[in-house]
Design a protein around this ligand. Sequence first.
Ligand code: NDP
Ligand code: 2IT
Length: 486
Amino acid sequence: MNNVSYLTAYLEHSKGEHKQGRPPVSGHNIIVGDQMDKAIKSVYETVKARDPNQPEFHQAVEEVLDSLGPVISENPEYIDVVQGMVEPERVIQFRVPWYDDEGNLHVNRGIRVQFNSAIGPYKGGLRFHPSVNQSILKFLGFEQIFKNSLTGLPMGGGKGGSDFNPKGKSDSEVKRFCQSFMSELWRHIGADLDVPAGDIGVGGREIGYLFGMYRKMANEFTGVLTGKGLSYGGSLVRPEATGYGLVYFAREMLATKGKSFDGATVAISGSGNVAQFACEKVLDLGGKPVTMSDSSGYIYDASGIDREKLAWLQDLKNSRRGRIKEYAENFDGVEYTESKPEPNHNELWSTKVDVALPCATQNEINGAEAQMLVESGVTAVAEGANMPCTPEAVEVFLENGVLFAPGKASNAGGVATSGLEMSQNSLRMSWTREEVDQKLEGIMVNIHKNAFETAEKYGMPGNYVAGANIAGFLKIAESTMAQGIL
Ligand code: NDP
Ligand code: 2IT
C-alpha cells in the first residue's frame, strides 16, 4: 500500500473511532494509539525516502512531527495538512554567473524555496554561505512557516540563498554577485507574492544591491525586500529586531521562574547581526555577556563585553569585516580559543553561565555540549539562530529542567519586524523607533504566552518546543482546511 492510500485508510479508521467517542485524555477528546503514530511516522518516512540526502530538512520535520500527536488526535483530518505541508509549494533553482575583480568567471547556484503560502505571501531570508544547499534552505523554509504563523502577522514561509561565499570578496564583487542573483530571482518574487530579507551573509549592504536590481528589472518601487536601508523604505529597529526579540523572549521565560537578566552571566555565540543586538539588549537588562564567536573561534571576556567593547566589535565585524580573534588582541584579559576541527563547534559551551544564547548557525550545540551547560548550572537556553541545538541537546535541556526556547519562537522578532516593515511600505509611511520597538516587544510577549499556554493546554507544561510547534501549526492547519488542500 502506498503512503497516500495508507493515510486515507488511517483517516477513515480514526474518524470512525472518533465518532464512537474514545475516552478523553488530558481533558481532550483525543484519539490515541498506534494508528495515529503510524500515520505521522509514515509522513516522516516519505519525506526521508523522497530526499534521502537532506539531513537538516529531515531534522526540522521530525522535530515538528514529534510535537503534533495531540493535535492530530483531536483533529484526524489534519493529517492531510501535515502530509501536504512537508512538500514545498515550489522550489526555484537558477544559475548565478559573475566575474571577480581579476576577470575570472564564477558560477554559483541560487535557490528560492517557496514553502507555504496558506496564511500570506512567502516570507523569509536569503542566506549566502558556501554550505547552502536545498536541504538547508528547506529546513529553514519549513521552520519559517511556523515562526511566521507564531508572529500573528499574515506571512507564509520561504527561504532562499546561494552557495556564494561573501567572505574575502570585494565590495564590487559582492555587488556584481547580488545583481546577477536578482537578475533571475526578480521574476519569482513580489510584494504580494514573496518577500525575501537577510540571513547569514546577507545584511544591509546586500539587501541594498538586491533591491536596486529588483527595481531596475521590475520597473517598480515596492516593498519586495525587507531589511532595507532607512532612506529607501526600511524600518527602524529591523537591524536590531532579531537580537532584541530574542532577549525579550528569554526575559519572559526567565520570569516564569522568578528570574531575570539582572546580574546574569550570558554566553552568546556568533558575532553577526543577531549576536550583536542580543548582546546590546542583554546589557540593557543588566546582564553580563562574556562570550562571542565566529567560525574561526570564540572569545571569553571574564570582565564582560560592555557597550564600548561591543561598539568596537560592531565596527570590526560590520565595517572592517575582521575576525573575532582581533577582539582578544585589542582588549586585555580576554581569552581566544580556536574552533574545533569539527565544523560549527568550539569549547564556548563549557563556559559557566546562567543563560546561553546560540546565535551563529544550525547544530552548534550537540548533546555533549548541552550536558556541559547543564553541569555548569545554566538556567535558560534561547535559540537566536535557527536550529542551533541538535535534537540530543534539546532532550538534555528538557530532561534537566532547563528553560529552553526553540528558535522558531525566540528568534521570530526579526521576521515580525520585517512584517512591520511591509505594513509601513503598504501604508507609505514610517513609524518611530519607539513605536516599532513597542510592537516588537508586544509580539514577543505574545509569542511567549502563546507557546507557554499551548504547552500547558496539551499537557506538556514548560515545553516551549511542543507549545511553539502546535500553536504555529494550528493556524496553518485551519487556513489550509478552509481553503482546500491545493
Ligand atoms: P550573520 O551573517 O550576520 O552572522 C553569522 C555569525 O555566525 C557570524 O559570526 C558567523 O561567523 C557565524 N557563523 C555562520 N556560519 C557559521 C558556521 N557554519 N560555523 C560557525 N559559525 C558560523 O548572520 P545572522 O546573525 O543574521 O544569523 C545568525 C543566525 O540567526 C542564523 O542561524 C540565522 O538563520 C538566524 N536568524 C537570523 C535572523 C536575522 O534577522 N538576521 C532572523 C532569525 C534567525 P563567520 O563570520 O566566521 O562566518
Ligand atoms: O530566519 C529568519 O527569520 C530570518 N532570517 C528573517 C526573515 C525575514 O524575512 O525577515
